[in-house]
Design a binder for this molecule. Structure first.
Ligand code: PFF
Length: 448
């Protein structure tokens, strides 16, 4: 196996830097686009509750496991499984993670490109440049999609070539607080508008009869995607983590940041939909709420246009920039997984690895740009199915191959008294039993 030393690989400069970078990975289109639209279309507050349960009971323990694997091995997902056992199967799990990362990134950049394009659409609309605005709203325009997705990919590659602390950490340290500030200001505005309270009720008052197997599967997939689990992103980020840091605590911060921002995004978007309804914009198709793409890429722009004037312009531009920033901190981590794999396993320098992997993924993104119908298929295979499978096999690895006790020994660095805590008794039960069974049950029921 190629040996890249830790100093060459880079490391996080500070605990806050790591938490913001990992939270930046977690917080993305999944929180601001995916979560609110799933809440709106799949069960309102009932969905929110199931999602929170999946996040804390299944996602959080798996996140701790991924970070421990990453830090102990100091390697990318493939190298990590190789380093921690001689079992020949598990490096393939890491490789599956790398493949999922590449494929998710290939369509993620296209959607991120839509969001980025809409920020300009709002400006062109305001200026009365209707043709240019229409071009940017056309999510089926292959050339337009390909150009903006390429710009997004170049931005991501540029940050990754800067390395861990000077590139990823510095960029996310700046972007994450900005993102939270923007969401809070927008919520303040939307909640004071007529119609918002109907949305708040829909979001926060649960109707438990809506809970069924489909809803649970969807919420679990959403939790995995949103927390960036199941494809080794947090193994990779964990590999740059200092031995002084407390892994369960860091994972708790990242989980809370992710859930917190998803919750805030829901509090922004669901009421905004009802404000739009109040303003006469169609938010239902038949008796169903508009689906995800329509919701964020049609209803919200329509709302911004209805508000009109400088306020409509500012809200529109700021919202879509927010979505783009959140997406960028996630594409960074999606690209870092295959890049770290190439750096470690083939002893390639960071810059060369970032450009070659980035351009390779961009080639797939360009195909997706011209055939956006591929997004749904890729999403089903690599996200809805791929990530839970990755999470399941990670639990099996930690439980039966590496052993939870070795993971706890790793966690003693940065958390000296861990063996005296309830966490050290309960976490293994989740890794042995609760998480694998819950994930397996979900995969099987969905498959059937
Ligand atoms: N967590 C990101 C989101 O919610 O948009 C998506 C993501 C990033 C998934 C990184 C997986 C990953 F490794």
């Amino acid at each position: 196996m190629a040996g890249t030393s830790t100093s060459e690989r880079g490391a996080w400069n500070s605990k806050l830097g790591f938490i913001l970078a990992a939270a930046g990975s977690a917080v993305g289109l999944g929180n601001i686009w995916g979560f609110p639209t799933k809440v709106a279309t799949e069960g309102g507050a009932a969905y929110l509750i199931v999602y929170l349960i999946c996040t804390f009971l299944i996602g959080f323990p798996v996140m701790v496991a991924e970070l421990a694997i990453g830090r102990k091995s100091g390697k990318n997902p493939v190298g990590a499984f190789k380093a921690l056992s001689s079992n020949k199967f598990f490096p393939l799990v890491g490789l599956w993670g790398v493949i999922c990362g590449v494929m998710i990134l290939s369509f993620y950049t296209v959607i991120a490109g839509w969001a980025f394009g809409f920020a300009f659409e709002e400006i062109f609309y305001y200026l009365g440049w209707q043709e240019a605005a229409d071009l940017l709203t056309d999510t089926g325009n292959g050339w337009k999609n390909a150009i903006i997705a390429s710009a997004f990919m170049f931005g991501t590659i540029k940050i990754i070539t800067g390395g861990i602390s000077d590139g990823i950490e510095r960029a996310t340290k700046f972007m994450m607080p900005l993102l939270i500030g923007i969401i809070v200001i927008m919520i303040g505005y939307v909640l004071t508008q007529p119609g918002a309270s109907e949305g708040v009720r829909e979001y926060l008052l649960p109707d438990f009869s809506k809970i069924n197997a489909d809803l649970i599967f969807s919420a679990m997939g959403q939790a995995f995607f949103s927390l960036s689990l199941g494809m080794g992103a947090l193994i990779t980020y964990g590999s740059y983590l200092n031995k002084k840091e407390n892994i369960p605590q860091a994972a708790a911060f990242v989980t809370l940041a992710d859930v917190g921002i998803a919750f805030l995004a829901g509090l922004l978007i669901i009421p905004a939909m009802y404000v739009a309804k109040n303003a006469g914009i169609e938010i239902f198709v038949g008796d169903q709420l508009a689906s995800s793409t329509d919701l964020v890429f049609q209803i919200l722009p329509a709302l911004f246009h209805t508000i009109g004037g400088a306020v409509g312009l500012i809200l529109g531009v700021v919202f879509f920039l927010l979505l783009s920033i959140a997406a960028l901190t996630s594409t960074i981590s999606l690209l870092e997984v295959p890049v770290s794999f190439v750096i470690d396993e083939f002893e390639v320098k960071r810059k060369k690895a970032a450009w070659s992997v980035g351009l390779g993924v961009l080639a797939i993104s360009i195909v997706v740009s011209f055939y956006p119908a591929l997004i749904g298929h890729f999403d089903n295979i690599f996200n809805n199915l791929g990530l839970p499978i990755g999470g399941l096999l990670t639990c099996i690895f930690v439980a039966f191959v590496w052993k939870t006790d070795s993971a706890i020994t790793e966690m003693e660095f940065g958390f000296a008294g861990i063996r005296q805590t309830l966490f050290s008794k309960v976490w293994p039960v989740f890794i042995y039993v609760v998480c694998p069974l819950a994930i397996l049950y979900n995969i099987v029921t969905n498959f059937l």
